[in-house]
Design a protein around this ligand. Structure first.
Ligand code: UD1
Ligand code: UDP
Length: 366
């Protein structure tokens, strides 16, 4: 039996790896182990609980105020022991976090083949998203299997000279997750709170936006709330204390914004579905929103998800206050612009990415 070890550590990785883990565990040809780094603590546990995934190993590395060196070194050292003990045939990592990069490097050092889930997303700007662009390219160097979510990602990998026989277009496992979470009969107190208003769901956390860019983003939203009396903003805030400090500075004494603790993924996906529009610097949300037919103002300078922009659901605004304010105002006042952006198109797959990856792992040797 082939031994597969899935390694992840943060909320977004967990959301996209848990559906895959559940699928791999159904196989009688694969033995599937899960190792979490614990780069995130509470936000990771929320996802594991929802999917009922219990890790075989937890490196529990999270520290308040951890920097990139802390996360990378603690994961690298921790993974060495786990890999030496278990000697998996394949290590699966997801996306672009420091956990994913360190786990792929640890596997490379033990000469264990790596499978990269969500391979081939690129901006080719090492500073945006930072450090994720580096992490993705680094993982790509170690990987034997490149599970590309889209044709665009496949083309980027081909251009970089990756072996075409090792690139598999599977769709994004984030869409698989939506099949677990979206419910027709969903109720939530925040939906009651927003009744009769246009609900904006807000998230923000990117490392390169901490400081002035994030302050500008929040100021733009503050102006929108002050100007549009029928708008309410729900902000499930990231646990990073640096994010929380800026939010409380800008959103003080503001009744129509609710800042709440991070939502579990079932609640978050269904609240996205109930929203009027989304404002975010997140990566995963850029894939989920097109599938739900919700416009997203992407408050970043670059995106590694051009498919959603081409589909018309995402608009890249940058991080300047004036541009974000103007784009949001346009969406709130021009029904035609809103209609065009809210047409549901889903460039990220059919929700069967996990099944495809399982089949590839069952049928091919690394
Ligand atoms: C990390 C990833 C980023 C991903 C993001 C998703 C890297 C370099 N960054 O960034 O790619 O988009 O996760 O959210 O891998 N914290 C808690 N509890 C938690 C989670 C975070 O208290 O459950 C706090 C801690 O103080 C921690 C801080 O948030 O030190 C930052 O966490 P970290 O994982 O270093 O960075 P993120 O910005 O979350
Ligand atoms: N999400 C969640 N609860 C929240 C906010 C976001 O479950 O309160 C989900 C969201 O649906 C998406 C993922 O978390 O699947 C995105 O994570 P994040 O923005 O932290 O990271 P990124 O995708 O930018 O790496």
């Amino acid at each position: 039996m082939k031994k597969v070890m899935a390694v992840f550590g943060t909320r977004p990785e967990a959301i996209k790896m848990c559906p895959l883990v559940l699928e791999l565990k159904k196989s009688d040809q694969l033995e599937t182990l899960v190792c979490v780094s614990g780069q995130h603590r509470e936000m990771l546990q929320q996802v594991l609980d929802i999917f009922g995934v219990v890790p075989d190993y937890d490196l529990a590395i999270m520290k308040q105020g951890q920097d990139l060196t802390d996360v990378t070194t603690a994961s690298l050292v921790g993974m060495r022991e786990v890999l030496k003990k278990e000697e998996p045939d394949v290590v699966l990592v997801h996306g672009d976090t420091s956990t994913a990069f360190a786990a792929s490097l640890a596997a490379f050092y033990q000469q264990i083949p790596v499978g990269h889930v969500e391979a081939g997303l690129r901006t080719y700007n090492l500073w945006s998203p930072y450090p994720e662009e580096f992490n993705r390219q680094g993982i790509g160097l170690t990987a034997t299997y490149h599970f590309a979510p889209t044709e665009t990602a496949r083309k980027a990998l081909l251009k970089e000279g990756k072996n075409p026989e090792r690139i598999y277009v599977t769709g994004n496992t984030g869409i698989d997750a939506l099949f677990h979470t979206i419910r027709e009969d969903f109720h939530h107190p925040e939906i009651d709170w927003a009744k009769g208003s246009r609900l904006i769901v807000l998230t923000a956390h990117r490392r390169e936006n901490l400081g002035d860019p994030m302050r500008e983003m929040f100021r733009a939203i503050r102006r929108i709330i002050d100007e549009f009396q029928d708008v309410k903003v729900l902000y499930p805030i990231h646990m990073n204390p640096k994010v929380r400090a800026i939010a409380s500075e800008v959103f003080e004494d503001c009744e129509r914004i609710r800042i709440i603790e991070p939502l579990d993924v079932v609640s978050f996906h269904n609240l996205m579905k109930a929203s009027y529009l989304i404002m975010s610097d997140s990566g995963g949300i850029q894939e989920e929103a097109p599938a739900l037919g919700k416009p997203v103002l992407v408050m970043r300078d670059t995106t590694e998800r051009p498919e959603g922009v081409e589909a018309g659901t995402l608009k890249l605004t940058g991080t300047g206050e004036e541009a974000i304010y103007q784009e949001c105002k346009r969406l709130l006042t021009d029904p035609e612009v809103y209609r065009q952006m809210s047409e549901a198109t889903n460039p990220y797959g059919d929700g069967k990415a996990s099944q495809r990856i399982r089949k590839i792992l069952e049928e091919t040797d690394a």
